[in-house]
Design a protein around this ligand. Sequence first.
Ligand code: NAD
Length: 450
Amino acid sequence: MRGMSTPPSPTVQPATGRLGVLTVGLGAVATTLIAGVELAKRGQALPIGSLTQMGTIRLGKRTEDRSPLVKDFVPLADLNDIVWGAWDVFPDDAYVAASRAGVLDGGRHIEGIADTLRDIRPMKAAFERKYARNLDGQHTMGVGTPKRMMLNAIREDINRFRDEKECDRLVMIWCASTEIFIEPGPAHQDIASFEAAIDAEDDQISPAMLYAYAAILEGVPFANGAPNLAVDTPVLRKLATERNVPISGKDFKTGQTLMKTVLAPMLKARQLGLSGWYSTNILGNRDGEVLDAPENFKTKEESKLGVLEDILEPAKNPDLYGNVFHKVSINYYPPRGDNKEGWDNIDIFGWLNYPMQIKVNFLCRDSILAAPLALDLVLFSDLAQRAGLGGIQEWLSFYYKSPQCAPGLYPEHDLFIQLTKLKNTLRWMMGEEAITHLGREYYDEIPAEL
Ligand SMILES: NC(=O)c1ccc[n+]([C@@H]2O[C@H](COP(=O)([O-])OP(=O)(O)OC[C@H]3O[C@@H](n4cnc5c(N)ncnc54)[C@H](O)[C@@H]3O)[C@@H](O)[C@H]2O)c1
């Protein structure tokens, strides 16, 4: 390679002892995650959709025939070693929350693990109504609680949980409602301004940022499944790097955006033009209700809209992508519950400008798609920490709609580039060669008669 050398592989500490998983929010995604893992532990379900549990990874040349399961290749925490904790604005335990969420069939997927679910009772949420107006829960640290006190209370919760459950390691994952749109500003630049803003009750400091700050201060990796900033600010990125705590975000890539990051790279790979992409959804769960508020939807919209531009790079391909009309909407429609229906109408053009259309109608289940991503993020964040990797974990972009990356870099959205990067990172961690797909180094050695 010209001028570039791969840094030496890290030493990965073994996954001994218990891994505490702290979910912020005990709603549809979190309870679907917990129930699925508990069923998988008991051999009653397969963790379908989880790369860490079901996926394989090729090592070496294609002729070597080495493709172990990911979980046999890298030392991940065993599902049996996971213990759960959560915060929520509602006091419902995981049994009640899972039943309310309406994602899972109670008879098949809740009743058999009812005792375990009932034992998972949320801690009081660090919450302020102004960040999610459509949420009206009382199980909070208290209306008007100063931000400083909320921060300290989260830190105490983390440490108490760690002690009580005798955890060796912890991971925190944001599975709570999407907060209102906040842009990074002066309050988020450095510790001094961030700390001052906390004490000044500055609106720019949302509860998600307090959870993320508390996690980093306690040395707990933080993954952000929603589009709100949380850990994606200069101050927290720097702190996570300094303290060597893995962070990643934002917004689980499920449903429509997953389709977008597969289809858009295909159009670009074939140099087909795009004139418009109209995406709309109906969704009836609590997430949909929160997103029905314009300020909360704006956070989601920004996360969904950025994808096409980053993939298609209109400045480099103005004839094909210089004039794309892109629209995304989510409509709250209670009868569907968690079963989202998404429509995409894609207007493309080909040879001699002839127009064509692609229609996608994805009848998906939001939390069924999100839960395995949450599991992988938890396990990989823990792995990253044991490998000594702090700061932004760009290799986890695979899981996110708005992947966090270093300032000045553009995020990689193409699902298959993201997957290649993820797998090469695992290979590098374990001292295996990265796979470039060049193949020249062994192609001529393959006997012609085979
Ligand atoms: N399901 C998906 O496909 C998907 C994809 C991408 C992102 N997400 C995001 O994941 C998040 C969770 O989705 P869901 O369907 O589980 O939503 P949900 O409404 O069922 O659950 C969210 C829970 O978070 C709680 N909460 C809100 N603010 C809180 C706070 N400050 N502290 C503690 N708890 C708080 C709520 O009371 C609620 O129980 C949402 O932000 C959603 O946008 C979901």
